[in-house]
Ligand binder design. Structure first.
Ligand code: PHE
Length: 460
C-alpha cells in the first residue's frame, strides 16, 4: 500500500466512513426522506395543481436539485472535511477563502436552525405516537395532555427527540448514522407501502387520488407553483446546508458519485410521490366519514391541522384497526424525522470535532444542548418565531446556499480537480452524459436558474 493511501485510510478511519455503498445510499436517502416528503410534498401538491406540481417537482429535482447535490457530494468527498474546511480547501486565494469560511459558517448555522424547528415538529410526532397506547391503556388524561398543544409537552418531546438524535450521532458514522439508517429506512418503506395499500382500499380514496394525479396544467406556468416546487426540492434533498457535503466526505473513494447522487434523488422523489398516494386519498376517506377537510379559506387542509386533527380523527373513527394505523403512521413520521435530523446534527458536530479537536461524544451533546436552547425559545414564542425561522432557513437560505455551493464547485475550485474527483474510482464516467453536461451546466445554468427563482420569491 502506498504512503498516500495509508494516510487516507488512517484519516478516514479517524473521521469515520460509510462501510458500504448501501450504507451511504440509505443514510443519504434517510437524510433526504423526511417530514418534507411525507407531509410537505403531498400538501404542496394539493395546493398547487396536483399532478402539475408533481410534474414540475420531478423536473426541478432532476434538473436543478440533482446537479446541486452533486456539487456537494463532489466537494465533500474530495476534501474529506466539514463545510467550513471544505470550502477553505477548494478556495485558491485569500479572498475566496474568507468567502468560503463565511459561506460554510452560514451553512452550519442554517442546518442548526432547521434542526431547532424540525425537532419541535418531530416531538409532536412522538407525542402522537404514544397517544394510541395511552388511550388503549385507558389513561385518558395523559392522552389529552399528549395531544394538547402545551408548552410543557412541546419542550419535553422536543428534548426527547433531540436526545434520540444525539444518541445516534454520538455513536459515530458507521455505528450510529449508517447502522440506524440501515435499520430504519427499510422499516419506513414497509410502513409506507402498508399504509398506502390500506388507505387506497377505503371508500373515498379514489377522489383524492384523482386530485393528486390529474394535472391542472393551467397552473404549470404559475410562479408560485415553480417557487414552491423548487423550495420543496431543495428542502427535500437536504441541500445547501452541508448535510450532503458531510455525508459525501464519509464516502469511499471508489464509489461512483454521479450514480450514487442519482439513486438518492430517485429514492427521495419516489418516496415523496408515494407519500402523496397516502396523504391525499386519506383526506378524502376522512371526508367520506363526514370530517371537514377544507380550511376556513376554502383550500384543502394542509398545515398541522391535517396531520394532528383530520388524520387522527380519521384513525379514531376506524376503531381498533385505526389505533394500529395511527401507531404505524406516527411511527413512520417519527422515523422519517429521525433519519433526517441526524444528518442535520452531523453538520455542527463534524465542524466542532474537526475545528476544536473535541471528542465526538462531547461535541454531540454540546451541539444538542445549544440546539435545544434555540428550540425552547421558539416553543415559548411560537407564533412570532416558528414561521419566521422556517421561511428564513428553508425558503431563502437553502436555495441561496445551494447556489453558492454550485459557484464554489465550478467557479472557485479548479476545473481539473473537480473532473479528477468525479473520475476517481470510476474512470468510465468520462464517456457518460454526466461528464459532458454537468460541469458547464452547474457552472452557468444552475446558479442562474436558482437566482431567478430566488429573486421571484423575494419579490413575491
Ligand atoms: N430533507 C429533509 C426532509 O425532507 C429535511 C432536511 C433539510 C434534512 C435540510 C437535512 C437538511 O424532511
Amino acid at each position: 500500500m502506498s504512503a498516500a493511501s495509508e494516510r487516507t485510510m488512517s484519516m478516514s478511519s479517524q473521521r469515520g466512513v460509510f462501510s458500504s455503498k448501501t450504507g451511504f445510499i440509505l443514510a443519504a436517502s434517510g437524510s433526504a426522506v423526511g417530514l418534507g416528503n411525507i407531509w410537505g410534498f403531498p400538501t404542496n401538491a394539493a395546493e398547487n395543481g396536483g399532478g402539475a406540481f408533481v410534474l414540475m417537482y420531478f423536473v426541478l429535482a432532476f434538473c436543478l436539485a440533482y446537479p446541486a447535490l452533486m456539487a456537494e457530494l463532489i466537494i465533500g468527498r474530495h476534501t474529506k472535511a466539514n463545510m467550513v474546511h471544505a470550502l477553505q480547501i477548494i478556495s485558491p486565494g485569500r479572498t475566496s477563502k474568507i468567502f468560503g469560511t463565511l459561506t460554510g459558517g452560514y451553512g452550519i448555522l442554517v442546518a442548526s436552525l432547521i434542526l431547532s424547528f424540525y425537532s419541535i415538529v418531530a416531538g409532536w410526532m412522538l407525542a402522537y405516537l404514544l397517544e394510541p397506547l395511552t388511550t388503549l391503556a385507558g389513561l385518558d388524561d395523559l392522552s389529552d395532555w399528549l395531544t394538547g398543544n402545551s408548552i410543557a409537552r412541546n419542550l419535553l418531546f422536543t428534548g426527547l427527540f433531540l436526545v434520540l438524535t444525539c444518541s445516534v450521532i454520538a455513536a459515530g458514522v458507521e455505528h450510529g448514522i449508517e447502522k440506524w439508517s440501515c435499520r430504519l429506512m427499510p422499516a419506513l418503506l414497509l410502513m409506507l407501502a402498508g399504509l398506502i395499500v390500506y388507505v387506497l382500499m377505503q371508500p373515498g380514496a379514489i377522489t383524492g387520488l384523482k386530485l393528486y394525479l390529474i394535472p391542472d396544467f393551467s397552473q404549470l406556468g404559475d410562479p408560485k407553483l415553480i417557487i414552491s416546487a423548487l423550495g420543496q426540492a431543495f428542502f427535500s434533498l437536504s441541500l445547501g446546508v452541508g448535510t450532503m457535503l458531510i455525508y459525501g466526505s464519509y464516502l469511499r473513494p471508489e464509489e461512483n458519485l454521479p450514480a450514487m447522487g442519482a439513486i438518492v434523488t430517485l429514492v427521495d422523489s419516489s418516496v415523496a410521490f408515494l407519500a402523496g398516494l397516502l396523504v391525499l386519498p386519506a383526506l378524502f376517506v376522512a371526508q367520506q366519514q363526514g370530517l371537514n377537510i377544507y380550511s376556513e379559506s376554502g383550500s384543502l387542509m394542509a398545515g398541522p391541522d391535517l396531520i394532528f386533527q383530520t388524520l387522527p380523527a380519521l384513525f379514531a373513527g376506524m376503531g381498533k384497526v385505526g389505533t394500529l394505523i395511527a401507531l404505524v403512521f406516527f411511527a413512520l413520521m417519527s422515523i422519517a424525522a429521525l433519519t433526517s435530523s441526524i444528518s442535520m446534527l452531523e453538520v455542527p458536530v463534524s465542524f466542532t470535532i474537526e475545528n476544536h479537536a473535541t471528542r465526538r461524544r462531547s461535541a454531540t451533546w454540546l451541539a444538542g444542548i445549544a440546539i435545544f436552547a434555540v428550540s425552547a425559545v421558539i416553543v415559548v414564542n411560537f407564533t412570532a418565531l416558528f414561521g419566521l425561522v422556517v421561511t428564513l432557513t428553508t425558503e431563502y437560505s437553502q436555495p441561496l446556499l445551494g447556489l453558492l455551493l454550485c459557484v464554489f464547485a465550478t467557479w472557485v475550485w479548479h476545473r481539473d480537480m473537480i473532473l479528477e474527483e468525479i473520475r476517481s474510482g470510476h474512470p468510465e464516467v468520462e464517456y457518460s452524459l454526466f461528464w459532458k453536461i454537468w460541469p458547464g451546466y452547474a457552472k452557468y445554468c444552475c446558479p442562474l436558474l436558482i437566482a431567478l427563482v430566488l429573486s421571484q420569491s423575494l419579490s413575491g
